[in-house]
Design a protein around this ligand. Sequence first.
Ligand code: ATP
Ligand code: NCN
Length: 188
Amino acid sequence: MKRIGILGGTFDPPHIGHLIIAEEVRLALDLAEVWFIPSYTPPHKDNAKTGPEQRLKMVRLATKSNPYFKVDTIEIERSGKSYTIDTIEELKRRHPDNEFYFIIGADMVEYLPRWYRIEELTELVTFVGVKRSNYQLESRYSILIVDIPLIEVSSTLLRERCMNGVSVHYWLPAPVYQYMKEHRLYEH
Ligand SMILES: Nc1ncnc2c1ncn2[C@@H]1O[C@H](COP(=O)(O)OP(=O)(O)OP(=O)(O)O)[C@@H](O)[C@H]1O
Ligand SMILES: O=C(O)c1ccc[n+]([C@@H]2O[C@H](COP(=O)([O-])O)[C@@H](O)[C@H]2O)c1
């Protein structure tokens, strides 16, 4: 039985917050790997600003220096709305011996009651919640809390900075920063 962490996200763009929570949860729960799963269409928010292929490319760049991090393209290949239940059901079919830990920030913990088929999903994965400013970690569902420092960064903040011509240097891994600059992402 392998214990696998999953970090699903829009990753528009991926930033140090994603990497730190993945690594801290991996260490705290002694996970064999953490799989990053970029969504095709996020289920609950407006379409991403950047297409799935470019977000996937950035996630690959962000994670490549960590041998414990893997990228799974299951949602991008499936296309359509990326409901987590569909992803987990398929992952359990493909990897029946794995135990999955789905990592979410407190914003998603608060949103959990509105996830598609959430009651079934809680039977299939263990949710792992981490802090995020302005959100609570309490939930009616049973969630494992991993206590990590608050990391005050979001993709929204970084997109806004780019749009306003403010540097985002050091808020994302260097290869992602380079890629964004080359492709002039989020600049207008
Ligand atoms: N700084 C952070 N601290 C804790 N959790 C985070 C942080 N940033 C992202 N997450 C979590 O990572 C997952 C994927 O996040 P996502 O790709 O939507 O990034 P985001 O920064 O929340 O994006 P946006 O600002 O566009 O909504 C979510 O579960 C989210 O709660
Ligand atoms: O399945 C759902 O109903 C659902 C609703 C909201 C979010 N999620 C998943 O939670 C993860 C983080 O979402 P996001 O939009 O913050 O990137 C991502 O993998 C989403 O697919 C899933």
